[in-house]
Design a protein around this ligand. Sequence first.
Ligand code: ATP
Length: 409
Amino acid sequence: MLAQVVRASVFTRLECANASVRRENEYYYKTICDREYFKETRVLGAYNFFQKRFSETLRLITRNTWKAERKTALLQMSLNLASFAGMAVSSYMLFTATLSGEISAGTFAAVYSALGTVFSIMENIVTTHLGNMNKDMGKAANFIRVMDMPERTGAGGSVDLSKGIAVENIRFTYPGGERPSIEDVSLTIADGETIAIVGENGAGKSTLVRLLIGVYRPQTGRVTVGGLDTAKIAPGCVFKHTSAVFQKYQRYKMTLKENIAISDAESAVDETKMDASLKDIGAELETGWDTMLSPEFGGIDLSGGQWQHIAIARGLYRTHGFIILDEPTSSIDPVEETRIYQQFKQISVGKCAVIVTHRLGSAKLANRIIVMDKGKIVAAGTHDDLLLQSEKYFKMWEAQAKWYKNETE
Ligand code: ATP
């Protein structure tokens, strides 16, 4: 039992030490074997690179495990020797008692065999059963630690979007981040207003969106959605009114119907609404509602643009008063994109809407455009205002427009 107690503590420590390297190892495995990665890995000739990393991390895990096994096996062996000595002493005592006539030969045989049975049952219970339980103690301890982390809760409350959305002097730095990703940002979105957020890569657009819907809470300042402070209410209060299409959307390995109606998947799915949400964005999919969208599960796959259509339809299917489109059309051709945004303009009437986009032509549809740079809002206004007032916006516009103009223009 002592050996098993020590073993539990050694393996719990080993689990903590190995956890991050095992995650790395699993990731490298994915880069060389997973369907999502392997085409790019092989075409770019990166197979050997990842395979080497995979082997290195596997070697490290094996070495750590070997050290822990050796340590506990040595202890186990010395304790087994002690048990053996105990068994030998008992046998000797029985033997001498039999020789001196204290006990009969029959008693000797019965006690000797009972002793052996007890030792072997004890060993089986302690080593096999307790040992197996102990082996996974580390994983269980880590799991319990995660489950014990405080959940982000907050008061309930009813979001009234007619009060709009207000952002007051917020600042947000990612854990481990060197500088704030959002700094001194203030903004209001009135009921029924559509705003577009534009800016270069890394300007803080997506981070601001996550702060607006309460996925993150600002470290200073506050965000109020429909009159409620997102730092004080439970996140679900805002999510209930939000429909979001994120930059990194999911391609669920499920049927077309489930992919679109995922927010209603457990209750009655409204096929008319599903049809309407696909039509609203002009998607023409020749795919039945029950077609499985995953070759792994015996279904079919779609093109990147078709998947993006589905992600947008999924967002529109959900009942919403606050709509977020975070760069949702990057795989969709420009003609289709313009049509989607025109449709979006109609859908968003009377709702609070935020579009994050790099294409300034699409941003023009918004009532107001916000220009971000290095985590700050550097300009805001309509497209025409910004062309006159913001050098940054003008340069961005000019850089994009020149692709579509001929030189004489
Ligand atoms: P893009 O146009 O490229 O999508 P963005 O304007 O949406 O960029 P964000 O994704 O908001 O920019 O990122 C803003 C800054 O925050 C960047 O400097 C980025 O490195 C950092 N950042 C983003 N996500 C994280 C994260 N999960 N952890 C740490 N830093 C992050």
